[in-house]
Design a protein around this ligand. Sequence first.
Ligand code: KMH
Ligand code: ZN
Length: 305
Amino acid sequence: MSKAPRKVIITCAVTGAIHTPTMSDALPYKAEDIARQAIEAAEAGAAVLHLHARHPQTGAVSIDQEHFRAFLPVIHASTDAVVNLSTGGSLTNTVAERTAPALRFSPEMCSLNMGSMNFAMHPLAQRYKTWKFDWEEPYLRESDGYIFRNTFRDIAQAAHALEPHGIKFEHECYDVGQLYNLKFCMDTGLFKAPVFIQFVLGILGGIGADLDNLAFMKRTADKLFGKDYQWSVLGAGASQMNLAVAAAAMGGHVRVGLEDSLFITRGKLAASNAQQVRKVRALLEDLGHEIATPDEARAILALKG
Ligand code: KMH
Ligand code: ZN
């Protein structure tokens, strides 16, 4: 009896919140560019589109519903790819602000970040060399060191608010401890199996991007969740393609996109999100993997559809 081949889901994270338009001309921030790049990424083989909104003038990350409304209908009209809205917001947004777009648009998926952490890109964190320490200043400001707050209370608040919408979470786990946070939340009834976990490797403040760490994340998740979960990997920066290929070989799904890396190969900026999707797809297909369509991704992840 022939067993149907496993399909690999490619997620494309189109723009994110952290990279700035000054870093690459390809990074989309205007609604029409986010829509066009998302549609092209779907045409190239991304079954899932992980989306943030940005301010169309400044390029800063935005949780303004109008900024989402400016691209979501265009994407829905041209592709049947699964839409996954970020609940990450910016490092200064409250949980209520961060979850508002997902509550308003009720997408099939949204991200949910599984722990509080330092969160930085290496060039930004290097500013520590020139930091001045003012003992009188307010306790929490973004410029104080890029704290990404996701306490158990924050996670529960977002989960309770989003629960009636039947949205599948992309549980973003930036370190092994966050897998235990997820397990704790499951044990206390906040989330039910099967969960979909995004292993995030290579963010400064989280676990480093190498194969040892990927294997450790996978082993730990197997120990905690048994066989009843789906997982994917995003390697931030230079590790993006290597970790994607390794993840597929280990039975996982993959995430690429300009949110996670601005490059197509070492030292060369990517021209678009679609270019990264085409590259990862070609690498995976060369190795014999089959790529999931949006409907196959819906079935694998048990989405509300
Ligand atoms: N805004 C960030 C610090 C996600 O998409 O959920 C990370 C983030 C992840 O936004
Ligand atoms: Zn994101």
